[in-house]
Design a protein around this ligand. Structure first.
Ligand code: CO8
Length: 372
């Protein structure tokens, strides 16, 4: 079997930043307006007042300090609370494809490859801008790649599941140079008017290049194993879909945006993820002591601290388990790949690590890699 490797990675970061303070000012202005409009009903006990959000709560509950977004004005407008990302004409590149191309360019440059050498593009993300043609096929066309392309969605685990699919095809010899790209516009499926989750997400795109290790032109990471697992849960859910227009009362339905029972997710996903990583290590003949780095999904700092401790059997030392969510917030499938892309070049020959994502589904994906 052919040995697959990650030979390049790249991150596209949007220009606009929203700090917690800016976000909370907008949310509280929205809350004050809604409460003023409903003052009589609130006083009569018929409607619950919208409570204020707080930057202190956001940092202590999640570790998030800011997030990047594709459109800041729409999100921070208390009368709108939603990004302004207008529909483009069909002959213009879609927004997701444009973000993807930017991340792919960096990843291909690192791999020393030209886009014309690419023969597989997987666009793996937690939401797609349209049903068809696949965003991946548009990306394939924009970069001038050959071969074939397809979209996939496993929410926060889209990147690791995509890496498994691409690595398997490289192993089998059916593709020679694959790209897995994760353009995540989380700001457009987040409900910014819900205090419990309005701070959680940000936008970004990440990409990795996967090819036979024997073809690598420079330093790379051999993929020693991939493992995916899913278990059905309604605790993270978004009901928006193509049947939306056939539903009654389609406007303003809360379930058409991201919804979660965060506490349950926290409790149920933690044991699943640590057991998943430990099982994958054991079956590969690796021990936790072999790991120089853990690039974990970036949803919540406490969650990652817990998983790191459970996997390593001790508190991770500085740099062993890099967090990026203080800067990016939760970027769904892209989070672990941002961490990998930004904090992997210092590893030396033979160093081992694990990329692991987890989220809606539930889903967990792990990728065991070794510097070569
Ligand atoms: N400001 C002030 N107070 C607040 C706020 C706020 N913004 N929000 C809640 N509170 C209050 C609550 O009302 C509550 O008050 P009380 O105790 O009086 O009832 C108190 O603070 C504590 O609230 P919680 O119990 O909700 O707080 P937690 O400590 O549980 O923290 C978190 C909330 C941060 C959401 C935490 O539960 C968490 O991180 N859970 C895990 C989440 C997770 O990993 N989710 C994965 C989802 S991502 C995924 O799978 C991809 C989906 C696709 C992408 C979607 C893009 C939009």
């Amino acid at each position: 079997m052919i040995q697959p490797a990650i030979t390049g990675s790249g991150v596209f970061t949007p220009e606009s930043i929203i700090t917690n303070d800016e976000l909370v000012v907008a949310f509280n202005a929205y809350a004050d307006r809604v409460n003023a409009e409903n003052a009589d009903a609130i006083a009569a006990g018929e409607v619950e007042a919208v409570p204020h959000s707080s930057a202190e709560f956001i940092v202590s509950a999640s570790g998030i300090e800011q997030r990047y977004v594709m459109d800041k004005d729409g999100v921070l407008d208390p009368d709108r609370m939603f990004p302004k990302l207008n529909a483009r004409p069909d002959d213009a590149p879609s927004i997701m494809a444009e973000m993807a191309v930017a991340a792919i360019e960096t990843a291909l440059a690192q791999a020393g490859r030209d886009a014309s050498e690419v023969d597989l593009v997987i666009c793996a993300a937690s939401n797609h801008e349209r049903a068809y043609p696949a965003i991946a096929v548009e990306i394939q066309n924009l970069i001038g790649a050959g071969g074939f392309a397809f979209d996939m969605n496993v929410a926060c685990s889209s990147a690791t599941f995509g890496i498994q699919a691409a690595a398997d095809m490289v192993r089998a010899g059916s593709v020679q140079c694959a790209i897995v790209v994760n353009p995540e516009i989380c700001s457009a499926h987040l409900e910014w008017r819900d205090r419990d989750c309005h701070f959680i997400f940000g936008d970004v795109a990440t990409a990795v290049v996967i090819e036979p290790a024997a073809n690598a032109k420079g330093a790379h990471f051999m993929i020693h194993g991939t493992r995916c697992a899913t278990e059905y849960s309604n605790n993270i859910r978004n009901n928006n879909g193509f049947l939306r227009r056939t539903h009654d009362q389609m406007d303003d339905r809360r379930d058409m945006q991201f919804m979660q029972n965060g506490r349950k997710v926290f409790k149920e996903v933690l044991p699943m993820v640590s057991a998943h990583i430990l099982g994958h290590l054991q079956d590969t003949g690796w021990t936790p002591d072999d790991l120089k780095r853990l690039w974990l999904h970036q949803a919540n700092k406490t969650m990652n601290d817990f998983i790191g401790k459970k996997v390593l059997g001790r508190t991770p030392i500085a740099g062993e388990q890099p967090n990026i969510l203080q800067d990016y917030a939760n970027t769904s499938s892209a989070g672990s790949i941002i961490a990998f892309s930004k904090y992997s070049s210092d590893l030396t020959l033979g160093d081992r690590g694990v990329i692991c994502s987890f989220g809606a589904g539930y889903s967990v994906g792990s990728v065991l890699v070794q510097r070569a």
